[in-house]
Write a protein that binds this ligand. Structure first.
Ligand code: FES
Ligand SMILES: [Fe+2]
Length: 461
């Protein structure tokens, strides 16, 4: 079902927030901005409400399992999680589990994580091994999936007739991220991602980043509710009021290209809903959380701007790892929020933001989810080992994890809404939720793509 109300889409001009757009802010950049970063591609696809059932119904969750998670490319881990031959991770999605393993220096493979004897999960933790040996009766497979041994093989005369290699699941790699796709007939990861996001990220050298923090929290809401809290900037004025003096979230730019999208929010301009115009120094104080009477930690003189001062500081911070190439990169890349999204559930922020988000159902429960925050930082010299996952329960605050620094408080504000949206949808006396046309368009984008996957029917084997 394509939900285009073409009449309304054609007749209504596209409204944008008062105040400068992100493009206007780019015009003031101290460095040339490449055309490919300036591209605009808004998502406009009608005005229909999003049915509540897409969040609340068990049937819809079953459809997502059968027709989305079974055939979509999905981020499983970073390459750095698989440093050696035999390094493996367990990637779980809904009621499915996959083993992702480095088979050789150049090859990574993935298998459904189940023993071909009586189905026990082969692994329940990440690690390194020389074979996959089932703990139940001891059947074993080589890393490349070939059957190695059947214990008491004399008692399985039928085994000779069967293919008992571990079935393979497609693996794709991009920018240091390892993806899997359970559908044997899927398009390549390269086709799925498209050229735009690959061209943009090539500029930021994501292969050479390491996982500096990784925190996973269970949240009492459907996975899409958590995901949608990071899919629009419209909520900033009410959910993060501390940011309105220096963040132009209503002026964000929304773009999409097939399965990828982005929301770009400028820093250093106030939210137009603010009733006064803050000075540059006031914006800088709020951005750095420096109170009246306290000295600023950066030098700030007559005629300086937040964008000028903070982009210069960011450039110097990254000079150690990126070298003098930082002088060619725009102020915007050191300052603004580059919230890129890969359908359905993965947000690798672009430029120098470090942030990566992922949202998954919590096992087979559609009323809770797992929301992960990761930091990908550049490094110099030898690659540091990836951060171990810190697991938080639904009532453990992000602020318990020091590595998240200032983002912890912001994420806590976002998380405060999530379970209350899930509960509120059950109370809501309407069939669906209403979306703004431009600012919340990427919520519609994700739902439209999910619907398109579901309409394709079950995966054919
Ligand atoms: S279930 Fe794995 S060896 Fe029996
Ligand atoms: Fe937020």
């Amino acid at each position: 079902m394509t939900k285009i109300d073409s009449k309304l889409n054609d007749e209504l001009p596209l409204g944008r927030s008062p105040g400068p757009t992100w493009q206007d802010v780019l015009d003031t950049d101290s460095r040339p901005v490449p055309d490919y970063l300036r591209a605009e591609s808004p998502y406009l696809n009608g005005f229909d409400d999003i049915p509540k059932s897409h969040y609340l119904s068990r049937d819809w969750h079953e459809l997502e399992k059968e027709r989305l998670w079974s055939r979509v490319w999905q981020f499983a881990c970073r390459e750095e999680h698989l440093p050696h031959v035999g390094s493996y991770i367990v990637y779980d999605i809904a009621d499915q589990s996959y083993l992702v393993v480095r088979v050789s220096d150049s090859e990574i493979k993935a298998y459904p994580n189940a023993c071909l004897h009586r189905g026990r999960l082969l692994k329940t933790y990440d690690g390194r091994c020389s074979e996959f040996r089932c703990p139940f009766h001891g059947w074993a497979w080589h890393l490349d999936g070939e059957l190695k041994q059947i214990s008491a093989e004399w008692d399985f005369p039928q085994a000779a007739e069967r293919d008992l290699s571990l079935p393979e699941v497609k693996v794709g790699r991009w920018a240091g991220f390892v993806f899997i796709n359970p559908d044997a007939n899927c398009e390549s990861l390269d086709e799925f991602l498209g050229s735009e996001i690959q061209q943009h990220f090539a500029r930021w050298d994501f292969d050479n980043r390491y996982l500096a923090a990784h925190v996973s929290r269970t949240i009492r809401c459907n996975w899409k509710i958590a995901n949608e809290a990071f899919t629009e900037g419209y909520h900033v004025n009410a959910t993060h009021p501390q940011a309105v003096t220096y963040t132009g979230d209503p002026q964000s730019q929304i773009d999409f290209w097939g399965n990828t999208a982005r929301e770009l929010s400028p820093k250093g301009i106030p939210c137009p809903m603010l009733k006064y115009t803050p000075t540059e120094e006031e914006m800088l104080r709020d951005a750095l959380d420096v109170r009246d009477g306290e000295p600023l930690p950066v030098s700030f003189g007559q005629g300086d701007t937040l964008r000028g001062v903070l982009s210069a500081a960011g450039r110097e911070r990254f000079r150690a790892t990126f070298g003098d190439r930082v002088d060619e990169l725009t102020d915007a890349e050191f300052l603004d929020a580059w919230n890129y999204m890969v359908f359905p559930n993965f947000h690798p922020w672009g430029a120098f933001n470090r942030i990566v988000y992922r949202f998954r159902p919590n096992g087979d429960d559609h009323e809770t989810c797992i929301f992960e925050i990761m930091y990908l930082a550049p490094f110099k010299g030898e690659r540091p080992p990836p951060a171990k996952v810190v697991h938080l329960g639904p009532d453990d605050p992000w602020t318990d994890v020091a590595e998240l620094e200032k983002l912890a408080m912001v994420a806590e504000q976002d998380t405060f809404n999530m379970a209350r949206v899930h509960d509120g949808l059950k109370v809501l006396r309407r069939d669906g939720v209403m979306l703004s046309r431009y600012q919340e368009a990427l919520i519609r984008w994700r739902h439209d793509l999910i619907e398109a996957y579901i309409e394709r029917g079950p995966v054919k084997s």
